[in-house]
Structure formats: C-alpha cells, structure tokens
Design a protein around this ligand. Sequence first.
Ligand SMILES: Nc1nc2c(c(=O)[nH]1)N[C@H]1C(S)=C(S)[C@@H](COP(=O)(O)OP(=O)(O)OC[C@H]3O[C@@H](n4cnc5c(N)ncnc54)[C@H](O)[C@@H]3O)O[C@H]1N2
Ligand code: MOO
Length: 418
Amino acid sequence: MTPRKLLSDCFRTEGDPMSHGECLAILTGRLSTVTGTEELPLAATSGRWLAADIMAPRNVPLHDNAAVDGYTFAAPASGPMPVVARIAAGDLGRHSLEPGQAARIFTGAAMPEGADTVAMQEDCTVEGDTVSVPSGLRRGDNARRAGEDVAADSTVLHAASRLRPQDMAALASFGLARVKVRAPVRVAILSNGDELLEPGAEISQGQVYDSNRAMLRALTATLPCEITDLGILPDNAALIEATLAEVAKSHDVILTSGGASHGDEDHIVNAVDRLGTRHLWQMAIKPGRSMSFGQIGDCVFLGLPGNPVAAFVCFLLYVRPALTVLGGGSYREPVRFPVAAGFEVRDKKPGRREFWRGSLETGADGRPVAHKFARDGSGLISGLREATGLIEVTEATTTVERGDLVSFLPFTGFGIDG
Ligand SMILES: Nc1nc2c(c(=O)[nH]1)N[C@H]1C(S)=C(S)[C@@H](COP(=O)(O)OP(=O)(O)OC[C@H]3O[C@@H](n4cnc5c(N)ncnc54)[C@H](O)[C@@H]3O)O[C@H]1N2
Ligand code: MOO
C-alpha cells in the first residue's frame, strides 16, 4: 500500500503551548484526505462527503409546466377561448394550442406548445366549452419554466460538500440513482484510566463511570465515520502500546481520552512517542490544555484530555475539523455571533483562549444576551448539558463587563442539534 500523505513534520514545542489558531491551521491545512471513494445508492449517501462535482444532466423541471390548476393559453387573452384539450400531471401526450385557444390544465402538467400562461381556475369563468380568464395576467404567470430550478449541465454540487437532506432532493430531481461519495473515516475510540468503569458495572470508592466514550461516540457519529469502540484501557504501558500499534494498522484515526498530560500514569502519550510522532501537546486554551496530536504510521492520533468538558470542547474545536479534512470534506469555521455578555469576568488569564459554556436569552431590549455557566470545573457535565453553545474569549482579553460583545458559537454549528 502506498503511504498516505499525512503530516510528518514535527510542530511540537516543548514548554511553549500552541495557540488555537496555529493548531487549527495545521489540522485543516496539513492533513490530507485518507478515505477512498465509493458509489452508493442515493438513499445511502445522506450525510456523506461528495467525492466529485455533480452536474445536472438535464433541465429541472424538464418541461414548462403549470404551477396551478386552471386554464392555459398564450397571453394576452381577449374574450372567451374554446377549451380544446385537458392535460393532467403525468399526461405524456404532446398537445398544442392555436392562438386564441385554451386547455384545461392541472398543477405539474406539461404546458402545451403555443401556451405560456396559466389562469387559476378560481378566477376563470367557464361557459359551455369556452373559458374567460381575468385580464391583467402577464405572460408566464403561474407557469414554471423548463430549467428554472436547475439548468442542464450546470455544476450544482461540489466535491467535498456534505450531502444534506435538501441535496438528496436535488440529486433525486436530476434522476441520479447512484452517487460517488467518500468512504467513512475509520475511527477507533478508547478511554484510558484505571479508575474508569463501564456503565452497568458495580461502582466502588475511587472509581468513575466512563462518560467520555459515550459522548465521543455520539460526537463522532455526527460525521461520516465508522467507529470501532475499543472500550477502556487500564494504565498498563505495555498493553496500551500493543493496542495502539495494532489498531493503527487498520484505522485512519485513534481517538482517546485521558492519559493525555505528562504524569507518570499518562501512558497514552508516552506510547505514541514510542510508536510514532507526537506533533503537539499543550494548547494555549482552556479547557483542553493537554490536548495532544500525532501519528502512528499513517494513522492520526488525537488525544483528548480526560476531563469531560475539555474532551467535549477539544472534539468540537479540533477533532471535528480533523475528521472533516481526513474524510474528504471541506472544513468551514463554525459561525460566531457577536452577543452582549449577561455576566462579568474580572480575572481571565491573558495569553490563552478560553471557551466557556454558554446559553442565549432574550434581553429586555429584545436582543440576545449570552449567559455563562457559573461554575468553571472541567469535570462538570451538567454545564455542558445546560449550555447551547460556547462563548469564545480571545487570548488578549482579561476582563468581560456586562454588555461587552462576546463571540457565541452555537452547538448547532458543530453538528449538535436539539
Ligand atoms: N500536575 C498537573 N496536573 C494536571 C494538569 C496539569 O497541567 N498539571 N492538567 C489538568 C487538566 S486541565 C486536565 S484536563 C487533566 C488532563 O489529564 P489527562 O488527559 O491525563 O486525564 P486524566 O488524568 O486521565 O483524567 C483527568 C480527569 O478526567 C477523568 N476522566 C478521564 N477519563 C474519563 C472518562 N472516560 N470518563 C469520565 N471521566 C474521565 C479522570 O477521572 C480525571 O478526574 O489533568 C489535570 N491535571
Ligand atoms: O485543560 Mo484541562 O483540559 O482544562 O480541563
């Protein structure tokens, strides 16, 4: 197998944490697409990254057609017109009108040759075999032109875009039954720590249920990924090293949480150092300082801190972009809304970017106000649940006064709905 073109340079800077911007630039600019392509039935492609541009093979709609039930004719009409045909949607016959003639027509039916306008039936007067339409209708009223949605041969969808429900409609409207998309990224997820316990097991003093893995599986599933759940690895250096070495051979990404800082018991990063290259550790952000990133052969290693809030935030900020680029998608920055702060902070440390758990409320003047979860602890899952987005505070900021504009990044911008 030819080696895939992934990072090989080392960006690691001991003792000098990497900035958010620098880390994101490396992840989105220096990683390559690692997934192959596959052609799947349309219904199986929702949510996938498109592997190639798609041109509309024909006009949509294919033919001029009626937008309402009524009578079609060539505008302008003068006086009663004989009704010489009846055309329903799905009628495959070829109809044509002489000037001064009309046809009964129904929504979606192909317009007959010689007609350009449709009068709504509610506005028409029918007497015997003739119809009178209201004056004042302009040519083309209530008619949908061939190609008005999409013109034949125009490029409608671009490679590396994500197929959304409305794109499914577009592809089906072109008559495409199969679509070339990127294969899912193969992601192995594991948790590390002797204190961790599988939900359902009997818990003892000193233990904690593994909550990160359930969260990371769900976050990973918001992108086209094939997940291998490796469970919990205990703090056993030999076992961790053997597992990572084996898993790296058959996966595009290893995503871990815990064991990411550099304590004696932080075996994950030590194993990556022995097996491959670690490109960074220590970020100038909070939470998530101990995020690490590297590679074992062609497999990208993304090591999240153990604290659940830090793991969640780092996933949104770094893992999501990395999985996007590796998967063949084009990465777009999440939307940031400038919103007035409904809180004050006087003691933010300069030099690091912080991401606070926040939610929006409507202020007295009707404008949105950002609220910050009161307790900062990186282990508090309750704050993540209460939040609807992140409040981003720049490196230079040291205080936030009530009413100052802060950046609010809604979770919906990271693929988390509800
Ligand atoms: N001397 C220092 N100690 C710590 C530092 C530091 O810079 N110097 N940083 C702190 C910060 S901030 C974080 S975050 C953590 C990161 O450490 P690790 O990534 O090595 O994570 P652990 O030590 O394994 O765990 C931290 C914390 O999270 C809990 N945890 C771990 N995994 C899970 C899981 N799957 N589900 C639920 N909870 C989990 C673990 O029990 C710990 O409480 O280091 C700080 N210490
Ligand atoms: O940096 Mo720790 O990752 O703040 O929670």
